[in-house]
Design a protein around this ligand. Structure first.
Ligand SMILES: [Ca+2]
Ligand SMILES: [Ca+2]
Length: 145
């Protein structure tokens, strides 16, 4: 993966550049690496772009897991304008292998937050926890070439 993200000064938008990274000259918080985490909030800049959070302001991780009875619900924000990435919810029972979780946890709602992000909710069927004693979840973000 190469650095392909540009962040505008207003913090609102990113633009895809052809394999290079630039930032506005007056922006001192240079974003040069999608794997970097300049605000130290444990979200790298690619994730921040995908989730619609600021790469230069530490923010709580928007990826949340909740349990209701025997059902699992996962919510996250997604950057509506990021059309050059693919976001996949994945699960694992042992952290050694990951599977797409689309079938187990389909998207049940999308709420437009009015700020360029959408809150997406994934939810399992009731009983999911009865058949899966241990599950880990992650959001996988891939830059589309
Ligand atoms: Ca960060
Ligand atoms: Ca951040």
């Amino acid at each position: 993966m190469t650095s392909e993200l540009k962040r505008s000064l207003d913090g609102e938008s990113w633009d895809r550049l052809g394999g290079t990274v630039t930032v506005d000259a007056t922006d001192t918080s240079i974003i040069t690496d999608p794997n970097a985490d300049p605000d130290n909030d444990d979200l790298n800049s690619l994730l921040e772009y995908a989730l619609g959070t600021s790469p230069t302001t530490a923010n709580p991780n928007p990826f949340k897991i909740a349990i209701t009875g025997t059902s699992v619900e996962i919510t996250t924000t997604i950057n509506q304008e990021a059309d050059d990435i693919e976001i996949t919810l994945q699960s694992s029972s042992s952290l050694t292998g990951w599977n797409d979780a689309n079938e187990d946890l389909p998207i049940v709602s999308r709420i437009n937050n009015g700020d360029g992000t959408t809150t997406v909710t994934y939810r399992s069927q009731p009983g999911f926890l009865l058949t899966n004693d241990q599950q880990f979840f992650r959001i996988k973000v891939t830059l589309i070439p």
